[in-house]
Design a protein around this ligand. Structure first.
Ligand SMILES: [Zn+2]
Ligand SMILES: [Zn+2]
Length: 140
């Protein structure tokens, strides 16, 4: 077992895959319960308000949202929770629904046949361009 300093309080503890000691874990869960209770009683409260009322740091609340333990009632740019794919404000997690869908799609197609190279289209456009050039010359 690995002995480490707790990221939260600095005390030495036996690390079991978590960066903070069991005592701080317990405190954090207690904090989470408080935040959850406050949100239940004040459904329209923003992150800053919840942070102030519960004494929990804004970054901690954001982390819980990223972990999908908390969900914003509506997408808000003020919350600072943005999709990692397209940057749109989201309610919870790391990505918006469409980026999630796109990602799972691209993952499931990772081993499918590659789409035809874009070269073809480019050549077609070039040909058209040439033809137009020829026509305009003919009109003179
Ligand atoms: Zn600790
Ligand atoms: Zn997105």
């Amino acid at each position: 077992m690995e002995v480490r300093n707790c990221k939260q309080c600095g005390k030495l503890f036996n690390c079991v895959g978590k960066p903070i000691c069991p005592e701080c874990m317990k405190k954090r869960e207690e904090e989470f319960r408080q935040v959850k209770d406050y949100i239940r009683e004040n459904p329209s409260a923003g992150i800053a308000e919840v942070s102030e009322a519960t004494g929990t740091s804004v970054s901690q609340i954001r982390q819980w949202i990223r972990e999908e333990r908390l969900v914003l009632t509506s997408e808000s740019a003020d919350a600072g929770i943005n999709c990692e794919g397209c940057g749109r404000p989201i309610k919870t997690g790391r990505m918006c629904q469409s980026c999630k869908t796109q990602m799972s799609k691209s993952l499931s197609h990772a081993f499918a046949v590659a789409p035809p190279p874009k070269e073809d289209k480019k050549n077609l456009g070039k040909k058209n361009g040439d033809r137009m050039h020829y026509l305009s010359g003919d009109n003179k």
